[in-house]
Every structure is written in structure tokens, then in C-alpha cells.
Design a binder for this molecule. Structure first.
Ligand code: SF4
Length: 342
């Protein structure tokens, strides 16, 4: 099975996609600047982006964004099925709903029929924090799985199969178990994520464990690393999980040393400064950022490009061969120039 959100295929053997969620309301924002930000996120590896669609005021900016975004856009709906209908009318490529909080079944049916008529995908998104009533006594993963199956039955009785399911918990064990249970009974595409996963380092650890576990079992067709942090970092973390598992080959791989008492080059601030710019390049390369000449030249041999330092002199290597010696303040531009002229 697969779903289609705009031009993005989710499932059915398509590459696992990375998504994030826009971190503020669209009210009062310049939609053109949002579209620009989406392009930057896309350059980092983001494949699809979700927006909270709260009320009628979102319609105008959302329509603009849906029409101009380089990647498919998703509307996140809670409680009010009319907002789902409006988001579909505004050109959403996908909507995320929890049929359990939409209210009556007929309201969900109206949404599904409108999605079908407009080529819009639907994610059935269930969270452990808002479980439907009526299945008390079962474990949280079982309640989520059973509820999802019930909603999938509804959808299928209405002839709709452009669907993705997410069963999220802030508990990694529940997230893993729910994904496994659902996959044991259906190959509906799954959106995997640990919800409310915490600040960047904590979220990256939890998400790597949960997402890495299920992805390595072949479960998970699209992922989100949810973070109390920047969208850019969510995307970087998601892409890195896929790269580490060998599920995404393209892109820049950064190798950087942790720095120690021997360092003659401040790798921490250099890496922090250039990270997003580097990861936004459309190149398949490894770049090493090393703090001294102990491991620098050695690591440079295994990298396409490497920088290492000695006092205020920075050495730039290309495939292990010294290319240039520059001052610390010229190091960033020298590195990007060398990569661009590759
Ligand atoms: S490369 Fe040099 S500065 Fe970096 S951790 Fe190794 S010894 Fe320390």
C-alpha cells in the first residue's frame, strides 16, 4: 500500500520521507517568507511539512503556501471537521485528523469524501495522550492499533485508501510496540515519531532509538523527529537517522572531532557556524572538521574535504591532499569555494 501527498509517495517501497511541523501560527505571517523557509528546510532534506490549521484566518496564507511550496503541505486539524474541509479546499496535499476527536462519524465521512474528490491524502493520527474511549483495559499500543484499524475500516467502506497512520506516544517502548502491532496486521504506510520528545539532544536520543528500531525492521514510511527546538534541527536529525541506517544515501556527511585539550582549531564553533549551510548543499560528500594535526591529516584522507588547524593557520584538504593554508577567518569561505569548484 502507498499514499500520495502531492508528488510525494509514502510507502509502497518509496524512500522514507522526512517531515517537520511549522512552529508557529500562520496568523499575521508573510506567506512568501514561509515559502522561502520551506525551501531552506527542503535543502536540508525535508520532504513534507505540516501546519496547524486552526481557523478561517489560516485559509488565505495556507492557500498561498500550498500553491507555492516546493514540497507537499499538510494541514493539521483538531476537533472541527469544517476546518478539514476548508484546508482541502485551500489545496492541502494531505490532512492529519484524529477521527476520534472530529466528533460524529458522518463528519469524518464528509472529510474523507472531500479528500477523495480533491486528491488529498489523510493521516489518521492517534496519540497516547488522547486515546478514544471504549477500549479501557487494553494496553496503550493495543488501543491505538485497534482504534486505527476501526478508522481504516471506515475509510475503506467509503472507498478511500490514500491514507497514512501514526500511532505516537512520548514513551519510546509504546511507540515501537504500537508500530509493530499495526504492521503485523496491515501494511498501511506508517508515519513514525516519538511525540513530545523533548529538547534537541534528548529528542535525538529517544527518536533515534525508537525510529531506528522500527525502521531497521522495515516499519515506517515517513518520519518526524519532534523536538522542543528548531525545525531545521528536526530535519537534520531525521535525515541523519535515515543516513545512519543506510536508508538515505544522498547528502553531505559531516565528520567532526569533539575537541580536546590539544585542539588548535575551535571545531565546535566552526561546525556550529557552517552546519546548516553545509548540509544544505546538493552534494554527496564527506567533510571532516578536525581540531588539530594529531588526527586531522589522517581523517582528511578518508574525507572529500577536511579542515584542521594549527594556531591561527587552517589547513584545507581535498581527498587527503593539502589544498590550501588560510587564516581562521577565511576558513569558511575557502572550504565552500573548494566544495563549489569541485
Ligand atoms: S583531532 Fe585533535 S583536537 Fe580533536 S579530539 Fe582528536 S586530538 Fe583532540
Amino acid at each position: 500500500m502507498h499514499a500520495e501527498a502531492g508528488n510525494l509517495i509514502i510507502g509502497g517501497g518509496a524512500p522514507v520521507s522526512v517531515q517537520t511541523m511549522f512552529d508557529s501560527s500562520l496568523h499575521g505571517l508573510d506567506p512568501a517568507s514561509v515559502v522561502e523557509r520551506i525551501s531552506e528546510l527542503h535543502a536540508l532534506g525535508c520532504d513534507i511539512i505540516r501546519f496547524s490549521f486552526i481557523d478561517g484566518e489560516d485559509a488565505r496564507p495556507f492557500s498561498y503556501i500550498a500553491a507555492h511550496s516546493v514540497i507537499p503541505v499538510v494541514a493539521d486539524i483538531h476537533f472541527d471537521y469544517k476546518m478539514a474541509l476548508l484546508a482541502i479546499e485551500c489545496g492541502a496535499d494531505k490532512i492529519r485528523i484524529n477521527p476520534g476527536n472530529i466528533g460524529a462519524k458522518w463528519k469524518t465521512e464528509e472529510v474523507v469524501r472531500a479528500a477523495e474528490a480533491n486528491g488529498c491524502a489523510i493521516r489518521i493520527g492517534l496519540n497516547s495522550g488522547s486515546l478514544p474511549k471504549g477500549r479501557e483495559g487494553l494496553s496503550v499500543p493495543e488501543i491505538m492499533k485497534e482504534s486505527a484499524l476501526e478508522y481504516l475500516d471506515w475509510f475503506s467502506s467509503w472507498g478511500f485508501d490514500n491514507v497514512v497512520v501514526s500511532l505516537k506516544s512520548s514513551d519510546t517502548a509504546e511507540t515501537i510496540e504500537a508500530a509493530r502491532r499495526l504492521r503485523s496486521v496491515t501494511d498501511v504506510p506508517q508515519h513514525i515519531g516519538v511525540t513530545e520528545a523533548g529538547s534537541p539532544v534528548i529528542s535525538a536520543v529517544r527518536s533515534t532509538w525508537a525510529l531506528g528500531t522500527v525502521l531497521s525492521e522495515g516499519i515506517g514510511e515517513t518520519i518526524r523527529v519532534s523536538m522542543t527546538g528548531d525545525m531545521e534541527d528536526e530535519v537534520i536529525a531525521g535525515v541523519e537517522i535515515l543516513r545512519t541506517l543506510g536508508l538515505r544515501k544522498k547528502g553531505v556527511r559531516i565528520v567532526s572531532c569533539p575537541r580536546c585539550g590539544r585542539h588548535a582549531f575551535d571545531t565546535i564553533s566552526f561546525e556550529r557556524r557552517i552546519r546548516r549551510r553545509l548540509l544544505s548543499l546538493d552534494k554527496d560528500i564527506t567533510v571532516a572538521i578536525m581540531g588539530c594535526l594529531v588526527n586531522g591529516p589522517g581523517e582528511a584522507k578518508g574525507a572529500d574535504f577536511a579542515v584542521t588547524g594549527m594556531k591561527d593557520r587552517i589547513y584545507l584538504y581535498k581527498k587527503g591532499v593539502l589544498l590550501k593554508e588560510v587564516s581562521a577567518e577565511d576558513a569558511e569561505e575557502a572550504l565552500f569555494e573548494a566544495i563549489t569548484n569541485e
